[in-house]
Design a protein around this ligand. Structure first.
Ligand code: G4P
Length: 194
């Protein structure tokens, strides 16, 4: 289920840039509206009601604030995967590589083995879902740890890019709070009809 308050905020303050980029840096990933994040956290809790979750996993940088406020509603710790350019990473980490669409680069993402345990039940949280590389990379780390992936929650899914379909077809329980069907600088954002 999409979140009305969030969709209204995207329409009011989101800026569509050329190259399929939605700027939400006045409320989500540069300046951050904590009251909105609080409602986002509550909504994730609602959407994963009844599911046992022991940890929230996200990726630096923009996912961290969202995951932390969501975690208050789940009462669990947050672990964030770090992006590392270092090649000689010690064996004490799970690692995988993730391409970034907006930054046109590839990062190795790492999580210490201490913080992902086989008994963990993981919820992945992130700000944007575009090509799905971040969520799929995080899910590989969960699998490597032998932990259980309960699902993934993203704030904004760009439904015209392939990430959502890829992740759903992998059988991951994905909940997106706003799904954009199309956008351009002239007409703005069109959300998917529920
Ligand atoms: P994917 O994870 O779904 O494959 O996303 P993709 O590679 O396409 O995008 C990578 C980065 O770009 C992510 O941030 C993602 O949050 C961000 N991103 C994708 N589409 C948009 C957009 O329309 N607007 C904005 N503002 N960001 C977008 P990142 O590389 O992990 O960097 P960070 O900003 O979290 O540090």
């Amino acid at each position: 289920m999409q979140m009305q308050l969030l969709k209204e905020r995207i329409l009011k303050d989101g800026l569509v840039e050329d190259g399929d980029i939605l700027k939400v840096d006045s409320f989500l990933n540069h300046q951050i509206d904590i009251r909105l994040l609080e409602e986002i956290g509550k909504e994730f809790r609602h959407q994963f009601e009844g599911k046992e979750i022991t940890k929230i996993l996200t990726i630096e940088a923009s996912g961290i604030a969202i995951a932390c406020i969501a975690a208050r509603h789940f009462n669990v710790p947050v672990v964030f995967a770090k992006k590392s350019k270092t090649l000689n990473i010690s064996g004490e980490v799970y690692k995988t590589s993730v391409e970034s669409f907006t930054h046109k680069s590839t990062n190795t993402i790492i999580v210490s083995k201490k913080f992902l345990l086989p008994e963990d039940k993981i919820l992945i949280i992130d700000d944007f879902l575009a090509n799905g590389k971040a969520v799929i990379g995080l899910s590989r780390l969960v699998e490597e740890a032998g932990a259980t992936l309960v699902g993934a929650g993203v704030v904004i899914e760009k439904g015209f890019q392939p990430g959502g379909e890829r992740i759903r077809s992998m059988g991951i329980d994905l909940h997106s709070l706003a799904i954009i069907d199309s956008m351009n600088p002239e007409n703005g954002v069109i959300f998917r009809k529920e």
